[in-house]
Design a protein around this ligand. Structure first.
Ligand SMILES: *Cc1c(COP(=O)(O)O)cnc(C)c1O
Length: 389
């Protein structure tokens, strides 16, 4: 700077520039609303959509571009967009791809806030929303109408854990020119390759395994097709779905250990699930890797592992007061939503009121198996079962 600075201006402007050449393993955290341009020509030529330039903090920084690129690679996709939560990522897909007069199909076991979004689209946006049996497989063809634009899938579905036949659903959708979106959160992009099975759009709640710390909310939408990505990125831009730099950093920090954590969750969850399957209080264990889970054979065919999340159905002779007592008596399991972190969690659900096909079922309890010692978790469940009885 050539002009002399007053002390007040020196608080804001400085001539100091740190030396170039710094390098380290962690991705740098770039905080920015305003992004600076070299000159007016650069301001005019920046194309936010191509991600070849920085235009505004909302549209991306080196931190968020790095996270997007890494997630696309993990999932086997080509493009990725970040959103401030998994639910925001779902909403981005719907608002990008659907308009008044369109029809969308949701599995009956869809993540409940996705169902709630569907109710809103139907009530106020002129979109029809219909629910299909998550085990419909090729039978979904009969439900596709000329105005059906999108089919959501979830593998496995929330709470009741049915595993859908993705190749069959995708083949039926493709034959009619309908896009398929997959909520792949349970597999973290590690145990199920959605694109290999034919889906067009993969959504992830990074809130779960990618972060791993129970301290971040974030979502991602990953694609292979540039034209679909471009439609999504228009919605992303118009809705202002930017994410914070510190949050993006926390997710980047979780990635190197994700597979190790995922495999540890998987191993412990299978051990706890197998133990529960042998208990007289439990009618059914809904873990995709166990034969009692609807769609188990599909899991065997299509997945290379399992997450730490599964559910159990208590025998119908137990009242809700008893199963509540069971959950309250657990000492190593927190009671709370979300999952994928180091801490185990348990939540009861009145599944008979939630699903068409589960009218006679007893109370369901969903477990997130954390990174504690599996035998300690089993001992904790054993003592809580005694309190219940
Ligand atoms: C948690 C979750 C989401 C939503 O993620 P948030 O970041 O909590 O909004 C979406 N789908 C599934 C299957 C989830 O478990």
């Amino acid at each position: 700077m050539t002009t002399k600075k007053s002390p007040q201006t020196a608080l804001i402007h400085s001539d100091y520039r740190p030396p170039a050449g710094f390098d380290a393993f962690p991705t740098a955290i770039h905080h920015a609303s305003t992004v600076l341009f070299e000159n007016v020509a650069a301001l005019r030529s920046g194309q936010w959509k191509d991600k070849n330039a920085y235009t505004y903090g909302l549209h991306g920084t080196p931190t968020t571009f790095t996270l997007e690129a890494r997630l696309a690679e993990i999932e086997g996709g080509h493009q990725c967009l970040l959103a401030p939560s998994g639910l925001a990522a779902i909403a981005m897909v719907d608002l990008a791809l659907l308009r008044a007069g369109d029809d969308v199909l949701l599995p009956d076991n869809v993540y409940n806030p996705n169902r709630e979004l569907g109710r809103w689209l139907e009530a106020d946006f002129g979109i029809t929303v219909r629910y299909y049996d998550p085990l419909a497989g090729a039978g979904i063809a009969e439900l596709i109408r000329p105005n059906t634009r999108l089919i959501w899938t979830e593998a496995p579905g929330s709470v009741s854990m049915e595993v859908p036949d993705l190749p069959a659903i995708c083949a039926a959708a493709r034959a009619r020119g309908v896009l398929v979106a997959l909520d792949n959160t349970w597999s973290a992009g590690l145990a199920l390759n959605g694109f290999a099975h034919g889906v067009d759009i993969v959504m992830q709640a990074l809130t779960k395994y990618q972060s791993g710390g129970s301290d971040v909310l974030m979502g991602a939408v990953i694609t292979r097709d540039r034209a679909i990505h471009d439609r999504l990125s228009m919605a992303h831009m118009r809705l202002g779905l930017g994410v914070g730099a510190d949050d993006a950093y926390l997710v980047l920090r979780g990635l190197p250990t994700m597979r190790l954590r995922f495999e540890a969750h998987d191993k412990s969850a299978r051990k706890v699930a197998a133990w529960l399957a042998a208990r007289p209080e439990i009618a059914r264990v809904l873990h995709p890797a166990l034969p009692d889970c609807p769609g188990h054979a599909t899991w065997q065919r299509d997945f290379t592992g399992a997450g730490g999340l599964f559910s159990v159905l208590f025998d119908a002779r137990y009242t809700e007061a008893q199963t509540d007592r069971f959950v309250d008596a657990l000492q190593l399991f927190g009671i709370g939503y979300s999952w994928g972190g180091a801490n185990s969690l348990a939540i009861p659900y009145r599944i008979a009121h939630m699903r068409q096909n589960w009218r006679d079922a007893g109370i369901l309890v969903r477990f997130n198996i954390g990174l504690e010692d599996a035998d300690d978790l089993i001992a904790d469940i054993a003592q809580a079962l005694e309190v219940m009885a």
